[in-house]
Ligand binder design. Structure first.
Ligand SMILES: NC(=O)c1ccc[n+]([C@@H]2O[C@H](COP(=O)([O-])OP(=O)(O)OC[C@H]3O[C@@H](n4cnc5c(N)ncnc54)[C@H](OP(=O)(O)O)[C@@H]3O)[C@@H](O)[C@H]2O)c1
Length: 247
């Protein structure tokens, strides 16, 4: 992006679970728009290291911190480290999550609680810890929801419920944190990340989608960038990015 078109220059962004896949695409888009970018990772340390090399090419400040978003202490330490290093947090992207396919009657309590811990409690905890910094900067929060939080997928009861809860949390936070902070949510549909294991499923979904294709990481990053650069007056919105599949 040319220097004159850097809408996030001077902004500090935190992307949870940003070392790989969609989080990585979001982190790169933010850096391309001029933001300093911090990502958290849990297990993907080497991916995080590689991402830092790429982020460095954008001449922005970049950092990667290990953080378990389900654990209060871990979240507190990570958020404080970002604020200390960057001096501010302007945009928080609650991206870290887990996804799992399990028949309804086979979901264990452990699986149910683990999905809610990362997908719902995680965004709550990270937001709560980042709040004072975001308030100071009249910042923005973007939660990563899911089409599965809007449509009932029978073999994903815990995942769908955790994302539906996150959609509601988005709306609650939009009211509770106004007028300083704008809170919105991007709800991806079928996103093709080029994985061989998902290729047959992706091929089957494209013709069922009004736009006749699956989404890309770039589609999702562009939607997150929309909220990151949108007027502060836009808040509490859940935006499906699904090529019309949920219609
Ligand atoms: N991909 C899709 O098609 C799709 C569709 C609908 C919604 N979404 C949503 O969009 C977001 C990004 O999607 P994605 O497919 O890129 O996500 P993903 O690969 O399933 O997860 C993103 C990252 O979350 C991190 N994570 C998981 N549990 C964590 C925890 N307890 N603490 C900290 N980090 C944790 C992992 O980090 P490490 O790798 O470092 O362990 C992982 O790389 C997610 O919220 C997802 O639910 C994605």
């Amino acid at each position: 992006m040319p220097t004159e078109a850097k809408p996030l220059a001077g902004k500090a962004v935190l992307v949870t679970g940003g070392a790989r896949r969609l989080g990585r695409a979001i982190a790169l888009a933010m850096a391309d728009a001029g933001a300093d970018v911090a990502v958290t990772y849990l297990r993907s340390q080497s991916h995080a290291r590689n991402l830092l090399v790429e982020l460095d090419r954008n001449s922005v400040r970049a950092m990667a911190i290990r953080c378990d978003v389900a654990q209060e202490k871990s979240v507190r330490a990570a958020v404080r480290q970002v604020a200390r290093e960057f001096g501010a947090i302007d945009i928080l992207v609650n991206n870290a999550a887990n996804y799992e396919t399990v028949a309804f009657d086979k979901i264990t309590v452990k699986q149910w609680d683990a999905i809610f811990a990362s997908n719902t409690r995680g965004p709550f905890l990270v937001t709560r810890e980042a709040l004072s910094y975001l308030r100071k900067r009249k910042g923005k929060i973007i939660n990563m929801g899911s089409l599965g939080g809007l449509r009932p997928w029978p073999t994903h009861a815990h995942y769908c419920s955790s994302k539906a809860a996150l959609h509601m949390l988005t709306r609650v936070m939009a009211k509770a944190l106004a007028p300083e902070i704008a809170v919105n949510c991007v709800a991806p549909g079928m996103i093709d990340l080029g994985e061989k294991s998902a290729a047959a499923f992706m091929r089957s979904m494209a013709p069922k989608t009004p736009m006749r294709r699956n989404g890309t990481a770039e589609d999702i990053a562009a939607a997150v960038m929309f909220f990151a650069t949108a007027p502060h007056f836009i808040t509490g919105q859940i935006m499906s990015v699904d090529g019309g599949l949920g219609l």
